[in-house]
Design a binder for this molecule. Sequence first.
Ligand SMILES: Cc1cc2nc3c(=O)[nH]c(=O)nc-3n(C[C@H](O)[C@H](O)[C@H](O)COP(=O)(O)OP(=O)(O)OC[C@H]3O[C@@H](n4cnc5c(N)ncnc54)[C@H](O)[C@@H]3O)c2cc1C
Length: 265
Amino acid sequence: MKIIVCIKQVPNTKEIRIDPETGTMIRKGVPSIINPDDKHALEAALALKDNDDEVQVTVLSMGPMQAKEALIECLCMGADEAILLSDRAFGGADTWATANTLAAAVRKIGEFDLILCGQQAIDGDTAQVGPQLADRLKIPQVTYAQSLTLEGKTLTMDRQMEDGWQVIKTQLPALVTATRKLNHPRLMNIKDIVRVTSQENPVQVLGLADIQINPDETGLKGSPTRVKRSFSPTIGSEVHMINGSTSDIAGELISVLQELLLVKK
Ligand SMILES: Cc1cc2nc3c(=O)[nH]c(=O)nc-3n(C[C@H](O)[C@H](O)[C@H](O)COP(=O)(O)OP(=O)(O)OC[C@H]3O[C@@H](n4cnc5c(N)ncnc54)[C@H](O)[C@@H]3O)c2cc1C
């Protein structure tokens, strides 16, 4: 059984700081980590591998060369193979172009049974890449998995909903996005650290020329989304006190919300 886990390296910060000049995120001096949800996706794959030696786990990431660090950490947790998609042509990709590029890499990898992604990345935060990747590969997708069991070729998941969960069954091949409720990611282990650090190039790097993709469908060129302006919202401390009877307060509150276009007139 072949499992592919999509891993994104992200800045280790909840407080994204935007460079007011360029409008892009300040990454300098911000340590990078494996996107937290992706560790739960990897743990789900490694748990299936614990129960079946035939399971092969490949971790796949698109990013700058520094993303190798994140992939090496995954190998030291127990993944068998790591592939980094890195090329200037992939830079500036939005979720559409990211999904196109990951799909081209999966086609290059060949046969697979299961793709695991994180529910969402803590920087872009769109939760779009997993479902888009499933669309490109024309396979079923189940998002927000909080439990996952495999019997033969049938996957059964509890899908997290706002007010409970759905029980969903699907046949492989399929794509699943992992929530943090799914499991507790394991740490790196000595055996795999020794195995990985004894390899000269534990991470295979693929560029534009190595995958079948039209250059106009990847990177900035392939991105229908353009970040027009990004900025850190200024947290104001202005307070607007509303006094009077309950109906006065309610009336004034509504007109304030209407002014802020938060409530229709
Ligand atoms: C502040 C900010 C805002 C952005 N807003 C948008 C936007 O509104 N629309 C848009 O199209 N793009 C946006 N982007 C660009 C977007 O981040 C990238 O396209 C990114 O590669 C994927 O989107 P995401 O971060 O939202 O990931 P998500 O869709 O939230 O990621 C879901 C899962 O997909 C997998 N995955 C995501 N990226 C990769 C990768 N590079 N390699 C391997 N697996 C991956 C991981 O398993 C991840 O958990 C934004 C980026 C930033 C930094």
